[in-house]
Design a protein. Structure first.
Length: 121
């Protein structure tokens, strides 16, 4: 094995979309967990109206990038990285509505969350 030319290079992963398949596993090495968006039961929980960005990727997608980073003979840039899919929470909810059916959306207020109050069903 040749020396690795990989220095420090941040990989901002975001959330793995593989989790959205709960309770089914989309990949061998990632145990599915319940997330804030439940496509199976058409439910979600969000803060406010969901006008904040999310970064999404897959386990397989990251595996390809990390493998390339390790096997590539060129030195990676000091400032660089990867870009994953970006969407707002509101956009993710809208995608779920278009794919499945209307969602039950529970909206949490920032004030309640800061006060430690999580009011949801």
């Amino acid at each position: 094995m040749s020396p690795i030319n990989l220095g420090i290079c941040p990989f901002q992963l975001g959330f793995f979309t593989d989790y959205f398949g709960y309770p089914y596993s989309a990949t061998k090495y990632l145990k599915p967990i319940q997330m804030y968006v439940n496509f199976r039961n058409c439910r979600t929980i969000t803060v406010g109206y969901g006008n904040f960005p999310l970064s999404l990727t897959t386990v397989d997608g990251i595996a390809v990038v990390v493998t390339e980073a390790i096997e590539n003979q060129r030195r990676w840039p000091v400032i660089g990285g990867i870009r994953v899919t970006q969407i707002t929470m509101a956009g993710l909810i809208e995608l779920g509505v278009r794919l499945r059916s209307p969602y039950h959306v529970e909206r949490m207020s920032t004030e309640n969350l800061k006060a430690g109050k999580l009011k949801s069903s």
